[in-house]
Design a protein around this ligand. Structure first.
Ligand SMILES: *Cc1c(COP(=O)(O)O)cnc(C)c1O
Length: 355
């Protein structure tokens, strides 16, 4: 830290993204990317792009893409906000709506407390139950900005729309943000509720189900006035936060929706198969509605499994939070990748004398 940094950031602990090592080729099951490439329509749109266009700024309104997404989700373009990945939206939302503080469950996405600290938003974490399920009543009437990942990360558990609605209704004078990064893998989207509740903001991303993590595209759906608030902050920060190429490829991806829906189905089918195999090896995990499993094995510390798999060329995600020490989050890859993962897991269990 230099002596020039504002002292209010001295104690800020930045978010730690999943590792992206380059020392060798890994089977990468640690950052919940899709194992499948973007849609052929997206590749086609890229191939047809004239690179000379890059001399021009992108459309700061993102009008074409907003209209496509509005069509897809059954709302108007004025209900859509576009951003450079959905983390960007979370950042704006904590900045915009955190005046009375923030509440979110724990464990959940470990970026939420970082945004709260960054913006000086006091926050309270609501502990999940022993089995990681959400005590919905604890998120009702919080009297402040309320954030909920549904399905949750890193547990994979989802709550139904009835629960979301209860939370939203109980807090009419505060924004409730539902982070639906994983909703396409078996969750229930709250998108339709934005027409009824002006305090609901639904946040989605192209990074997971749409295979475009590297393009950096996220969007939020909500009441026109909520979206205007976010636009105000975006236009006060970086009006061109979504680049030209990404706007174009994002629109092509909406046209290719059946492709990503099909991929999500494949991933869900792989998730079920790998789950059965893992249970056979003594692993337990919450019922996942996401593209990952949050696994633990009696007698095998999470850190050991993580380290031994890495030595064998398979990356999974281990968390520094001591409460999660027994666990690892494993992204669902292709059938072949998961076959290779299982083979190494079996070998490690044998090595440890556990089978
Ligand atoms: C991956 C993820 C995001 C955001 O990803 P972006 O790549 O920034 O769109 C947001 N929330 C959760 C819970 C995630 O897992």
């Amino acid at each position: 830290m230099s002596r020039f940094l504002h002292e209010k950031f001295a104690a800020l602990e930045a978010y730690t993204p999943g590792e992206q090592p380059r020392d060798r080729q890994y089977i990468k099951l640690n950052t919940n990317e899709s194992p499948y490439p973007p849609a052929p329509e997206v590749v086609e749109a890229l191939n047809q792009t004239d690179v000379a266009e890059l001399r021009l700024y992108s459309d700061p309104e993102g009008k074409d893409l907003k209209e496509k997404l509005a069509w897809y989700y059954g709302c108007k373009a004025e209900n859509v906000f576009l951003s450079n990945g959905s983390d960007d939206i979370l950042n704006f939302a904590f900045l915009a709506f955190g005046a009375q503080g923030a509440v979110f469950p724990r464990p959940s996405y470990s970026f939420y407390p970082v945004f709260a600290q960054l913006h000086g938003v006091p926050y309270r974490e609501v502990p999940l139950k022993e089995d990681f399920s959400l005590d919905v009543d604890k998120l009702r009437g919080t009297g402040c900005f309320t954030v909920l990942a549904n399905p949750n990360a890193p547990t994979g558990l989802a709550v139904g729309l009835d629960a979301i609605e209860k939370i939203v209704v109980s807090n009419p004078d505060q924004v409730v943000l539902v982070d639906e990064a994983y909703v396409d893998f078996g969750g229930e989207s709250a998108a339709e509720l934005i027409h009824r509740y002006p305090n609901l903001l639904v946040v989605m991303t192209y990074s997971k189900s749409r295979s475009m993590a590297g393009a950096r595209l996220g969007f939020a759906l909500g009441d026109r006035e909520l979206i205007e608030d976010l636009e105000k902050l975006k236009f006060s920060t970086n009006p061109y936060n979504v680049n030209r190429l990404t706007l174009k490829l994002g629109a092509a991806a909406v046209d290719a929706a059946p492709y990503f829906v099909e991929n999500a189905k494949r991933i869900m089918a792989t998730r079920e198969r790998i789950g059965v195999a893992l249970q056979g090896l003594g692993f337990t995990f919450p019922d996942s509605k996401a593209n990952f499993l949050f696994i633990r094995r009696e007698g095998l510390p999470g850190e050991t499994l993580y380290r031994k798999l890495k030595e064998r060329g398979v990356l999974i995600r281990h968390f520094s939070d001591p409460a999660l020490a027994d666990y690892n989050r494993v992204t669902i890859g292709t059938e072949e990748e998961m076959g290779a993962f299982l083979k190494e897991v079996r070998a490690i269990l044998e090595e440890e004398g556990l089978v």
